[in-house]
Design a protein around this ligand. Sequence first.
Ligand code: PEP
Length: 263
Amino acid sequence: MGSRPPGMPLVAANWKMNPTNIDDALDLVRGVMSVARGQADKVEVALFPPFLWLTAVSEVLFESGVKLGAQDTFWEMSGAFTGEISPAMLKPLCQWVIVGHSERRLFVGETDEMVAKKTAAALSCELSVIMCVGELADHYDAGTSDQVVSAQVKAGLASCSADDSARLVIAYEPVWAIGSGKNADPEHAYKTMRLIRKIVGEMIGAGAARKVRILYGGSVKADNVQQYVELPLCDGVLVGGASLVADEFAHIVKVTAEVYGHR
Ligand code: PEP
């Protein structure tokens, strides 16, 4: 399991609760597209705007090769679940969904059990899933990152099987690195990604685990992305803040394409 799987690298843009108006969202997607569509044979690019902008963004992305995803989903398909959006609703618009982002775990109280249910529901609708895992600063300082991340991976993938591997991505995002400008030491990122692949292998089989892509996320910028995408087990990056600046995000996509082009 030493080398990366055969799939393309993935560069995912988590816009979070931005931009706050549709005109800015459309400007951003057009800016990103002008570069990303030229790299579509080398890098898979997926944009994750807020739910409200998904329809308009999907129209701009139509047939561009740039993929669209939602930042969250619910685990039921329909019913009395006020405020929620189901995977069945997302499926006509999106190819991707993020589950278990640390901001949802922290601010909305999402548990590992909820993340597992969301992951299973999204996969059942044939959406591809980025499941986020990562330790808090206290865990990192106490040297317990491995235990925390292992537990999150095991719980989050509880219902997954080898059949899901090609549509499953795990983003290792140390929580202390998200939005903080303190990106993780590549050695720490590498060791944790290696651990994640080992656990996934134990759960769904080593062969299938090779198809599961593993990303790094946490203060990735144009000037530091190279050190992550060069890591042997890294299949791409999940980018928050830097994905809101079209030129910077475009640079991240280009660097990723160059590094993987040379592998
Ligand atoms: C994220 O939102 O997943 C993220 C990694 O954010 P940032 O790049 O801003 O740290």
